[in-house]
Design a protein around this ligand. Structure first.
Ligand SMILES: [Zn+2]
Length: 284
């Protein structure tokens, strides 16, 4: 069986024909997981990893997110040396320290958030971005502490705060200590609010659990990328609890916007300017 064929990949979408199935497209081309079209990878990258055909927003990592938002992709990273201890000596399918070590190797990150200072359209800001690939972007003591310190830097310098969420919620392996971060972060954000320093929360696919239940929904403005999954518990758990069928599109950005849980749904290519314009209004 051949590994290659000479046929060109279809650019017009639709399921591949028999001959096309063997075309290697990993390099220059990629298939959109939403519309199924074969698209030029460079065109996707230039569009900030949004499909140019159907506007599907591909998931991106924390480092790429900060690159997109900070001017020239440049920022000063903070608290990169904070590492989680194993306070509960937790073991599930493997010991927690081993899981952390594997995640650090796989992502080249110390934990599930990157926090940085820099400028956004010339204005000094603090931005934190969660990394979904690090134990599902889950919030343990390190994520809680790093974001709290970012809030405190915002407070001290009176610079706006932006947190970009992508998370499954609290970190199971840190149990109650993880849940305590909800209270700690909420209290810190209240101090920021009392000082009148703006905080914009950006929810991306997916944002669930304890992250939705704390800082992700506490922004002066809570905005989301299109078609992101946003919720607290999963739909099955809710259906079993309330014994009702859930409506179509439940837990998407657009549904939450229609029902007053979000202030706006903003496409990724518009995000930076949207945040910048909003901050101008807040600080006018
Ligand atoms: Zn697409």
């Amino acid at each position: 069986m051949a590994w290659f064929t000479r046929q060109k990949p279809s650019l017009e979408g639709g399921p591949p024909t028999e001959g096309e199935k063997n075309v290697r497209t990993e390099g220059l081309w990629q298939k959109c997981e939403a519309c199924g079209q074969i698209i030029w990878r460079k065109a996707v990258e230039e569009n900030l990893n949004v499909c140019p055909k159907c506007e599907h927003h591909f998931r991106i990592g924390a480092a790429e997110r900060l690159q997109q938002l900070f001017d020239d992709g440049r920022y000063e990273e903070h608290d990169g040396g904070l590492l989680s201890s194993d306070p509960l000596h937790f073991v599930d399918s493997k010991p927690y320290p081993q899981r952390l070590e594997e995640m650090r190797l796989a992502t080249s990150l110390p934990d599930a958030v990157i926090c940085g200072s820099g400028t956004l359209n010339g204005r000094p800001v603090e931005i934190c971005a969660l990394e979904l690939k690090f134990i599902g972007g889950s919030m343990g003591a390190v994520v809680g502490e790093k974001i709290t310190r970012a809030i405190e830097r915002s407070l001290a310098a009176r610079t706006p705060l932006i947190i970009v969420s992508a998370s499954g919620g609290a970190r199971m392996q840190e149990g109650t200590i993880s849940l305590m971060q909800l209270a700690k972060l909420s209290a810190a954000l209240m101090r920021l609010d009392e000082a009148g320093v703006p905080y914009i929360s950006v929810l991306t696919d997916p944002t669930t659990g304890g992250v939705t239940a704390s800082f992700a929904m506490l922004g002066d403005l809570n905005i989301a990328e299109p078609r992101a999954l946003i919720g607290f518990a999963g739909p099955r758990v809710i259906e079993q609890t309330i014994r009702q069928k859930l409506p179509e599109g439940f837990q998407t950005s657009e549904f939450l916007l229609d029902h007053g849980f979000l202030d706006a749904v903003v496409k990724r290519p518009d995000l930076k300017n949207y945040i910048s314009n909003t901050l101008s209004l807040f600080l006018a």
